[in-house]
Design a binder for this molecule. Structure first.
Ligand code: 5GP
Length: 189
């Protein structure tokens, strides 16, 4: 389970793992936010409308979900995660703090990793630099980031994202060590 504030590079770390570690299964989240340029349905997200998201929640299909940055809903479908765990794959969920807290409740044996920026200044620089959000949206995301950064101690491990490929390697190493240890993540239904 990988969480961390906006623009820290969670997506880039996940992409690096997708490219170099095909033994790691990466959950594709469902979201009500519209796709950004270059995002591919089923690879980066499943893009759905509000009605479809409501139905997934009502049908108990979501392992966790949250309204992120006071804007759109994002969530993890339960069944693909359960299937990956049954196959004993290393499963990676890249979600926000609210979602991580829900998964803590339902899958207490999961391993929680917090990805952290080298500094607040660097986080701001990355968010502004990627130019995918309006000024208003950036301000909202930084507001969320203040709360998320304060939650670091809730996690089992912290990785500082100085450089994407190094952070990805550290994450995969942590996942491998964890799976070889006593824990087998098992959802409670
Ligand atoms: P973005 O809009 O930049 O792709 O993602 C915004 C935030 O949503 C990120 O902090 C990301 O971790 C979070 N997020 C993405 N997928 C999920 C999910 O399935 N569940 C939850 N709770 N948060 C998610």
């Amino acid at each position: 389970m990988l969480a961390g504030p906006t623009a820290v590079g969670k997506g880039a770390v996940a992409a690096e793992i997708r490219a170099h570690h095909n033994d790691v299964w990466i959950s594709v989240s469902v979201t009500t936010r519209p796709p950004r340029r270059g995002e591919v349905e089923g690879v980066h997200y499943w893009f759905v409308d509000d009605e479809t998201f409501d139905k997934l929640v009502a049908d108990g299909e979501m392992l966790e979900w949250a309204v992120v940055h006071q804007r759109a809903r994002y969530g993890t479908r339960r069944r693909p995660v359960e299937a990956a765990l049954r196959l004993q794959k290393l499963a990676l969920l890249e979600i926000d703090l609210q979602g991580a807290r829900q998964v803590r409740q339902t899958m207490p044996d999961a391993f929680f990793v917090f990805l952290k920026p080298p500094s607040w200044e660097e986080l701001t620089r990355r968010l502004v630099g990627r130019r995918t959000e309006t000024d208003e949206e950036q301000a909202r995301r930084l507001e969320t980031a203040v709360h998320e950064l304060a939650a670091e101690s809730e996690f089992d491990a912290v990785i500082v994202n100085h450089e994407v490929s190094a952070a990805a390697e550290q994450l995969v190493t942590l996942m491998r060590n964890d799976s070889q240890a006593t824990r087998i993540a098992r959802p409670i239904s």
